[in-house]
Design a protein around this ligand. Structure first.
Ligand code: KG4
Ligand code: ZN
Length: 364
């Protein structure tokens, strides 16, 4: 049985014949298209907009323009790689939100237009739901209900997943996302954008015990996170220990730089791992899934695996290609939604925040 289909005991009658999904993701700075056949991934093409490095962060207007340039060639490449002709596609899926509205509208409207022109069902997919489902792209995959820690540049939240379309946010960050804190600290340290991968590399060479940083909300007794104060603690450290480098926007001396990266990483990982394990115990969940760009972090992966397994839990760490933004997870999510009986709709406005129909929703 294709992965994830067991969440529906029997495939609904509307899924007779091969189900060939063309899936599109364009919520932030990756344009991606994927093709799956009966729930099995055939192609996943990702084009990353590397030019944002120059600006020290993602420029929304430039991101949507780049999506417009890439969407047609990326979709064509995905279909060619999968060996699927346009006329063979049976369903179209695209990310609806949350994300950058201008970016979302490119992929969402392309998907709707494709579906409308060919008379196909269109399945709108929630970006966070897709991240949560990415763990089904590999074997072994988790079993519902499971706990998912979504950590990216835009989100840090603990989710209880009961089914593909049934989940609950147990707690989320009250200020910066973990990846956002990595990127802001990277900027302060003169390491460029995005800061996460470089801080991770340097942390491996530093001594985390030489600098003491806070563990925000570690013992708050709930599942909320906060990383903005930690970022400010790093700033105060730099003002005291490396004021010249901070003023000039260049990295401080090598040894100090590696130590502060190690101390910052240890603080972030301590909070993420501890709170995730406590939530798993409180909700009596056996499976833990990591999702989002920050789950590429070497220390987070290592510690979540060793601590989780020591506690008798199963820990799922999807391959980095499936933790950062990609359309394979959109295809998997759409397949599992179809298996649960969803039939699709063209009435699917883009939304920038988690709530559907919120004040900042735009009509796509
Ligand atoms: O999920 P993602 O690709 O995009 C969204 O934010 O939606 O995540 C990007 C984030 C960035 O903040 C980046 O710094 C962070 O993931 N990141 C890392 C690592 N690799 C990427 N953070 C810590 N350690 C890493 N190895
Ligand atoms: Zn994402």
């Amino acid at each position: 049985m294709p992965r994830g289909a067991e969440s529906a005991a029997v495939l609904p009658a509307h899924l007779t014949g091969a189900v060939i999904i063309l899936a599109i993701e364009s919520s932030c700075d990756e344009t991606s298209a994927a093709v799956s056949v009966d729930g099995v991934l055939r192609a996943n093409i990702v084009s990353s907009q590397l030019f944002h490095h120059r600006y020290g962060g993602i420029v929304p207007e430039l991101a949507s323009r780049a999506h417009l340039r890439s969407i047609v060639p990326i979709v064509r490449e995905a279909l060619d790689t999968a060996g699927i002709g346009i006329e063979q596609v049976t369903h179209v899926a695209a990310t609806q939100g949350p994300g950058l509205i201008g970016s979302l509208l490119v992929g969402l409207n392309f998907g709707k237009a494709f579906a409308l022109s060919r008379g196909l069902p269109f399945i709108p997919v929630n970006h966070i739901e897709a991240h949560m489902i990415a763990a089904f792209l590999e074997e072994p995959h988790p079993a519902f209900p499971y706990l998912c820690l979504v950590v990216s540049g835009g989100h840090t939240q603990l989710m209880l997943a009961r089914a593909v379309d049934d989940h609950e946010i147990l707690g989320a960050t009250i200020d910066d996302a973990a990846g956002e804190a990595y990127d802001k600290v990277g900027k302060m340290l003169g390491l460029g954008f995005p800061g996460g991968p470089e801080i991770d590399r340097r942390a491996g060479r530093g001594d985390a015990t030489r600098i003491t940083l806070p563990r925000p909300l570690l013992d708050s007794g709930d599942w909320r996170f906060s990383f903005s104060g930690l970022k400010t603690a790093v700033l105060y450290q730099l003002r005291r220990e490396a004021p010249e480098a901070l003023a000039q926007g260049v990295p401080p001396p090598e040894e100090y730089l590696n130590d502060i990266c190690a101390a910052f990483q240890a603080a972030v990982v301590d909070v993420l791992v501890e709170k995730t394990l406590r939530a798993a115990a409180a909700w009596k969940l056996r499976d833990i899934v990591l999702a989002g760009g920050v789950s590429a972090n070497s220390e987070l992966r290592r510690r979540m695996r060793t601590r989780g397994e020591a506690a008798g839990l199963r820990v799922f760490l999807p391959a980095p290609a499936y933790t950062t933004d990609n359309a394979a997870m959109v295809a998997q999510c759409a397949w599992m939604l179809l298996a649960r009986g969803h039939t699709g709709t063209l009435h699917a406005p883009a939304y920038s925040r988690t709530q559907h129909g919120s004040a900042d929703a735009a009509t796509a």
